[in-house]
Write a protein that binds this ligand. Structure first.
Ligand SMILES: [Zn+2]
Ligand SMILES: [Zn+2]
Length: 198
């Protein structure tokens, strides 16, 4: 069984995902764009049961971006992390993963909600909302779960995020990740040197 290792920017939170990454996609909904700060969120779905926190679990904060659905972040550096379970699956931000996960995006979703400053120029299928077929209410896959929960609440975005929960206490650990990485690798862009990390 494939195991994928992921981590946040500062290195505080490290996790593994066992099992296949499926339904790799770009989501252009406004929730994803806001929370990732990018033109879309790119990720895969994986079995929730296969997620294992190797460290930093106490440094995870959860933001309820839509009723009952939380987006998870590192409290120190703000990186999105695999979050709430939806029907046994969770969203894995591909940018977290170390190395090549061996999967490639297969489609765009919520293309209708995309940023006006971004054009989709690849040949992948681009759907206005979730891919066709997932809104069958009895379909057993993840997207149908998302849709049914999701469309009951706010119909035009995928299932992510709403009110801020109290942040977990700042962990004293984890002064290492970014400073090490900046010092050693020096190959990332300079955006986001966390305070104290030098
Ligand atoms: Zn972090
Ligand atoms: Zn989305």
């Amino acid at each position: 069984m494939a195991t994928h290792r992921g981590s946040c920017l500062c290195g505080e939170v490290v996790y593994e995902i066992d099992g296949p990454l499926q339904h790799t996609h770009h989501c252009h909904c406004q929730y994803c764009r806001k929370s990732h700060g990018t033109q879309c969120a790119t990720g895969s779905l994986a079995a929730s049961a296969g997620r294992r926190w190797l460290r930093g679990e106490s440094s995870i904060v959860r933001y309820e971006s839509s009723p009952g659905f939380h987006r998870w972040f590192c409290v120190r550096c703000g990186s999105p992390l695999p979050g709430d379970d939806i029907g046994g699956l969770l969203f894995v931000p591909l940018g977290n993963l170390d190395g090549d996960p061996g999967v490639r995006p297969a489609f765009h979703m919520f293309a209708k909600a995309k940023a006006p400053w971004w054009e989709i120029r690849d040949a992948l299928p681009a759907f206005d909302g979730f891919p066709p077929g997932v809104d069958a209410s009895d379909a057993p896959d993840l997207e149908s779960q998302r849709i049914s929960k999701h469309h009951g609440q706010h119909g035009s975005d995928c299932q992510y995020g709403r009110e801020l929960e109290p942040a977990a206490p700042q962990s004293p650990a984890g002064q290492m990740g970014l400073s090490r990485r900046v010092g050693l690798a020096g190959q990332g862009c300079q955006v986001g040197r966390a305070d104290g990390a030098r």
